[in-house]
Design a protein around this ligand. Structure first.
Ligand SMILES: Nc1nc2c(ncn2[C@@H]2O[C@H](COP(=O)(O)OP(=O)(O)OP(=O)(O)O)[C@@H](O)[C@H]2O)c(=O)[nH]1
Ligand SMILES: [Mg+2]
Length: 615
C-alpha cells in the first residue's frame, strides 16, 4: 500500500510552525512566544481537497542544518531522512517570520536546497504590518523558486490558501530551485539579506513598540524590579482569587462524600470510597483553582514575549553560577513540572551545562507542590494583611518559590565548581516581538493543565491513595486502639518516624512521605485519608482538613514540612526522565541523594530554628 504523503513543517525557532501546524490539523501543540517551545517531532493528519489524507509533522525550530543542540538534531535527522524508523518527508512547508525575514531565510535557503517539493508560508504578516513593514510575496516566489503564501497562523488567515497550495503541490510534485546557493554560512547570509531586501515594498524605520517597551522592561534597575513585582502579584493572586472556586469544590466534595455514605451500606467498601477515594482525591482536587491561576499568569507572560525578557534579565545571575542563558526556559518549564523541563534541556548544546540544568530542575517549584504548600499555609499561616494590603499567605508562598530558586542557583554554583567543572556556553536567544497573547492559546494551555491534573488525580493519586487506605485499614484495630497505629501503614510509618523525628516530623508526616514519592500531591491525599479513617464519627468527618492539622501539628513541624518539600525529590517520574535523558543511573542517583540530604538539612534547620524562637 502506498503510505500517506508525509509533509514536514520546518523553519527557524519561533516562526509560528506549531501555530500553523495546529491551524492545519486541528491539533493542540503547545505554542509560546519564545524559541525552543517544540523539542520533539509531533505528527498530525489533514485532508487534501480530493479526500486523500496527509501526514504533517511539526518539528523543533532550527537555525541551520548543522545542529547546535539535540532538538535541532531531531530536525536535521527528520529532514534528511536519517531518523531511525522514519522516512524522509515527501515535501516541506517552510515557515518564515515576515518581520525577521533575513534571519529566517538563511535556514530556508538551506532547506530549499534539499530539493524537495516546497511551499513557503510567509507567516506573521500581521506583526510585520503593525511594525510598518510590507513585503511582496511574488518577489520572494521568484527569488526562491517556490510558491509563497502569506499567513497569520493564529488568526487562521491564509490557511485555506496554504491548503490549496499543498493540494497543487502533491498533485504535481515540483521541486525547488536548482540554482544552488553556495552552502557556506556567509554566502547564505548574504543571499538571504539580498532576497529579504528585494521583497520589501515599504518599511517605516521605527520598530516602535518593542523598542519602547524594552527600554523600560530591560532597564538594568527597573527591569528586575518589575520582574519581582510581577512574580509577587502572581502569588498574591493565587490566594486572593481562589477562595470562591475552592469553596465550591469543597462543598461539592463534601456533598459527594455524604451521598456515598448514604448509598453504600456501612462496610469496608464504604470506607474505601468515602475515606479512601473521596477524602483523598477530593483533598487534592480542591487545589485546581490555585494551579490554574498560576498558569494563567505564566501563559500570559509566555504569550506576550515577556518570558524571554525575564530570561535576559536573569542571564547575568545565571552566568554567575555557571548556567547558560539557555537554561532559563527549561527551568521555567519546570515550574509546571520537572519532566517537560528536563526534556527541554535538549536545547542546551554543552553537555555539562545541560547536565547541571537537569540536576537543578527539580528544585523549581512544580505545580504538584502547590497543594502541599497551600494546605499547610492555609492551616498555619494567618490570613493577615501586612502593609499595602499585601497578604501574609501569598508572601510565604512567594518565599517558598524564591527558596527553591535560590537553592537551584546555589546547587548549580557548587556543581559547576565541583563534579561538573567546565566552561559554559554563552549563547543568548533572540528576543521575540511583543504581542497580545491569543486568547485561544491561553485557553488551550489552561485546558491542557486541567486535563493533566484530573488525569493525575484519577490515576496515580487515586491508585496510591486507595493502596494507602488498604494498608491503613488492615489489620483491624482492637477496641480502644487507634486504627492507623495498628495498621501496616502505621507500622511502616513508625519505622520511618525514627529517621525523621530529629527534624521535627510526626507520625502523620512519616506516613505521608513514602506514598508521596508516587506524586507529591499524594502527601495531601494520604493525610486526608488517614484522618478520615481515624475519625469514625460524623462530626469529625465534617471538620476541614486544615482545622484538624492545626490541632495535631505544631507550627515548627509544619514549617519543617514545607522546607522539606522545597528540596525533596519526591517524584518517581522525575527520576525516570533523568535516567532517560542522561542514559544511565549514575546521575539520577546523584540527584536523589543530594536533594534528600538538602531536604533533611533544610527541614531540620527550620524546625530547630522555629523551636528555639519559641514558635
Ligand atoms: N501575530 C501573530 N502571531 C503568531 C503568528 N503565528 C504564530 N504566532 C505567535 O508566535 C509565537 C510562536 O509560535 P509557535 O507556533 O510556538 O512557534 P514555533 O515556530 O513552533 O516555535 P518553536 O517550536 O520554538 O521552534 C506564539 O506566541 C504564537 O502565538 C502569526 O501569524 N501572527
Ligand atoms: Mg513549535
Amino acid at each position: 500500500m502506498n503510505p500517506l504523503p508525509l509533509v514536514a513543517v520546518a523553519g527557524s525557532p519561533n516562526a509560528g510552525k506549531s501555530a500553523l501546524f495546529n491551524a492545519l490539523t486541528g491539533a493542540r501543540q503547545k505554542v509560546g512566544n519564545y524559541p525552543g517551545v517544540t523539542v520533539e517531532r509531533k505528527s498530525g493528519r489533514l485532508q487534501l481537497a480530493d479526500g486523500r489524507p496527509l501526514e504533517l509533522v511539526d518539528l523543533p525550530g532550527a537555525y541551520s542544518l548543522e545542529p547546535a543542540s539535540p532538538d535541532e538534531a531531531v530536525t536535521r535527522d527528520v529532514l534528511l531522512g536519517q531518523q531511525k524508523g522514519e522516512r524522509q518527508p515527501d515535501a516541506l512547508v517552510i515557515v518564515l517570520d515576515a518581520s525577521n525575514l533575513d534571519n529566517h531565510l538563511r535556514f530556508a535557503l538551506q532547506l530549499i536546497e534539499l530539493g524537495l517539493p516546497t511551499i513557503v508560508a510567509l507567516n506573521m504578516v500581521d506583526l510585520a504590518k503593525r511594525d510598518g513593514l510590507e513585503l511582496d510575496p511574488s518577489v520572494l516566489e521568484r527569488e526562491l523558486g517556490v510558491p509563497v503564501v502569506e499567513t497569520v497562523a493564529v488568526r487562521r488567515r491564509g490557511i485555506s490558501e496554504l491548503q490549496g497550495a499543498l493540494d497543487d503541490m502533491l498533485a504535481a510534485p515540483r521541486c525547488g530551485v536548482h540554482e544552488s546557493v553556495k552552502a557556506d554560512i556567509i554566502h547564505l547570509q548574504r543571499r538571504a539579506r539580498e532576497i529579504a531586501a528585494a521583497a520589501v515594498i515599504r518599511e517605516t524605520p521605527v520598530r516602535r513598540w518593542t523598542h519602547r517597551l524594552d527600554s523600560v522592561l530591560l532597564h538594568p534597575i527597573m527591569g528586575p524590579v518589575i520582574l519581582a513585582a510581577i512574580m509577587f502579584v502572581m502569588f498574591q493572586a493565587v490566594f486572593a482569587w481562589s477562595e470562591t472556586p475552592v469553596a465550591w469544590i469543597e462543598s461539592g466534595v463534601a456533598a459527594l462524600s455524604g451521598l456515598a455514605a448514604q448509598i453504600i451500606p456501612s462496610s469496608l467498601l464504604r470506607s474505601m470510597v468515602v475515606d479512601g477515594a473521596i477524602a483523598g482525591v477530593g483533598a487534592v482536587i480542591t487545589f485546581l483553582p490555585q494551579i490554574l491561576i498560576l498558569f494563567f499568569f505564566i501563559l500570559l507572560l509566555e504569550g506576550t514575549g515577556y518570558m524571554v525578557r525575564a530570561a535576559f534579565l536573569m542571564d547575568r545571575v545565571m552566568h554567575g553560577v555557571g548556567l547558560s542563558g539557555r537554561a532559563f526556559i527549561p527551568l521555567l518549564s519546570s515550574f509546571a513540572c520537572a519532566v517537560p523541563g528536563i526534556m527541554a534541556t535538549r536545547t542546551i548544546d554543552d553537555p555539562k551545562d545541560r547536565l547541571t540544568t537537569i540536576l537543578v530542575a527539580p528544585l523549581m517549584t512544580c505545580s504538584a507542590r502547590l497543594p502541599v504548600y497551600t494546605l499547610i499555609i492555609a492551616a498555619f499561616i494567618p490570613n493577615t494583611r501586612l502593609a499595602w494590603g499585601v497578604g501574609l499567605q501569598g508572601l510565604v508562598m512567594f518565599g517558598l518559590y524564591v527558596t527553591g530558586i535560590a537553592g537551584a542557583l546555589l546547587a548549580a554554583f557548587v556543581l559547576r565548581r565541583g563534579v561538573l567543572k567546565g566552561g559554559g556556553g554563552g549563547f543568548m536567544m533572540e528576543l521575540p516581538k511583543y504581542q497580545w497573547p491569543a486568547a485561544k492559546d491561553v485557553a488551550i494551555g489552561l485546558l491542557t493543565r486541567v486535563e493533566i491534573f484530573l488525569k493525575r488525580a484519577g490515576t496515580i493519586i487515586l491508585g496510591t491513595t486507595i493502596l494507602l487506605w488498604a494498608l491503613a485499614s488492615f489489620p483491624q484495630a482492637r477496641p480502644g486502639e487507634s486504627q492507623v497505629d495498628a495498621s501496616i501503614a502505621g507500622k511502616i510509618a513508625s519505622g520511618i518516624e525514627v529517621v525523621v523525628r530529629p527534624i521535627g516530623f510526626n507520625h502523620d508526616i512519616a506516613l505521608a512521605l513514602l506514598p508521596a514519592m508516587a506524586a507529591r500531591e499524594v502527601a495531601v491525599s494520604a493525610i486526608a485519608t488517614v484522618y478520615s479513617i481515624d475519625s469514625s464519627d460524623e462530626t469529625a468527618a465534617a471538620t476541614k482538613l486544615e482545622d484538624r492539622l492545626q490541632g495535631r501539628w505544631s507550627l515548627a513541624t509544619a514549617l519543617a514540612f514545607l522546607a522539606w518539600f522545597v528540596f525533596a525529590p519526591q517524584c518517581i517520574s522525575t527520576i525516570a526522565v533523568t535516567r532517560r535523558e542522561t542514559n544511565g543511573w549514575k546521575w539520577p542517583l546523584f540527584m536523589v541523594s543530594y536533594l534528600f540530604v538538602l531536604a533533611y538539612c533544610a527541614a531540620g534547620l527550620t524546625y530547630w530554628t522555629a523551636v528555639s524562637l519559641g514558635l
